[in-house]
Design a protein around this ligand. Structure first.
Ligand SMILES: [Zn+2]
Length: 95
């Protein structure tokens, strides 16, 4: 099969971009809380996190009258030390 120089170059660039994106995803992203404060790991001061969510609506929370917290919380897991930060409001990914 024959590939032109341009095609090979394009394939190379696409591959590099994909790799870069993968590395970024692995590293995590910066986030800010709903009041605009940048999230920094309280344990190791790292700035990159992996976003997730967790259910809050357990029997325990109902018992403590925290039903207003809704069902889901946003979790940010520190990309360096793994510390899990919990947010009852939405957090925003930064550029
Ligand atoms: Zn950390």
């Amino acid at each position: 099969m024959y590939y032109s120089k341009e095609e090979l170059e394009r394939t190379r660039i696409e591959g590099e971009e994909r790799l870069k994106k993968m590395k970024e995803e692995e590293k995590g992203y910066k986030y800010e809380s709903s009041n605009g404060i940048k999230v920094i790991c309280i344990h190791c001061k790292h700035e990159y996190f992996h976003k997730g969510s967790a259910l809050l609506n357990t029997r325990g929370l109902t018992f403590f009258d925290l039903d207003w917290l809704n069902e889901a919380a946003t979790t940010l897991i520190c990309g360096r030390c793994g510390y899990i930060h919990w947010f009852g409001k939405e957090v925003k990914q930064m550029e």
